[in-house]
Ligand binder design. Structure first.
Ligand SMILES: [Zn+2]
Length: 228
């Protein structure tokens, strides 16, 4: 046996270490792709009178405003229409030296609250950590599943660093009451913009050890949602 190969053809799918994000997180990137979850016929979660697609888009627009002077910002959707997940992935992958942040809100048992952040690639860990910490400082509690390494289409398949953040639980009454407030959504957006800016200027500095590489195949729509 020689050392670890960067080719994974023996596993029956293609992908190099680089394309799988097996490298440190980015620094100095100038393009940010913002993805507001769901849209159009897909409302996402609808709880306590709030539709996930609406608040996700609102937060993305606020992040775009805050980043606008310092970055080239691309938004995957800028209105209430449906965009297929694979189209979101392709759009992000065509964006060159960029990162992708997908904004969602969560739903579950009414007792749960707080931020939950998903990443899969090694080069996305720093950005995910920064986003989780920044948004967690805004949300009332950060006591749920935390920073989660999960292979989703939006965390595994783009060719750029990518993070999906669930900015709070619409199913929790008190958190939903906050999310309904524009000033609160503005604080969430500020935290997201802050984390993206910090990653661009500091890379993985002060992030700590990176997670080990994973070689899992691309995520597909037929996969169970809770895949690791
Ligand atoms: Zn969602």
């Amino acid at each position: 046996m020689t050392g670890c190969s960067t080719s994974d053809s023996s596993f029956g799918y293609s992908g190099s270490a680089k394309s799988l994000g097996h490298k440190p997180g980015p620094r100095g990137f100038r393009t940010v792709v913002l993805d507001a979850g769901h849209g159009g016929s897909d409302s996402g979660a609808v709880r306590n009178g709030i539709r996930e697609k609406d608040v996700a888009l609102d937060v993305v627009r606020r992040v775009e405003q805050k980043l606008g002077n310092a970055f080239r910002v691309k938004v995957v959707r800028n209105g209430d229409y449906f965009v297929d997940l694979d189209d979101r992935v392709n759009r992000a992958s065509r964006s060159g030296d960029a990162v992708l942040v997908s904004v969602h809100f969560n739903s579950g048992p009414s007792s749960l609250s707080g931020v939950e952040t998903y990443y899969w690639r090694v080069d996305s860990f720093g950005l995910a950590s920064r986003l989780h910490r920044a948004v967690g400082s805004v949300t009332p509690r950060d006591n749920n599943r935390g920073l989660v390494r999960r292979r989703l289409r939006l965390t595994r398949n783009p060719t750029i660093p990518c993070v999906l953040i669930e900015c709070g639980y619409l199913s929790n009454r008190s958190e939903a009451a906050l999310i309904r407030q524009a000033s609160y959504r503005d604080r969430l957006a500020y935290a997201i913009a802050y984390a993206i800016s910090a990653q661009a200027s500091e890379g993985d500095g002060n992030i700590g050890p990176l997670p080990p590489p994973r070689w899992d195949p691309p995520s597909r729509g037929t996969d169970a949602r809770d895949q690791w």
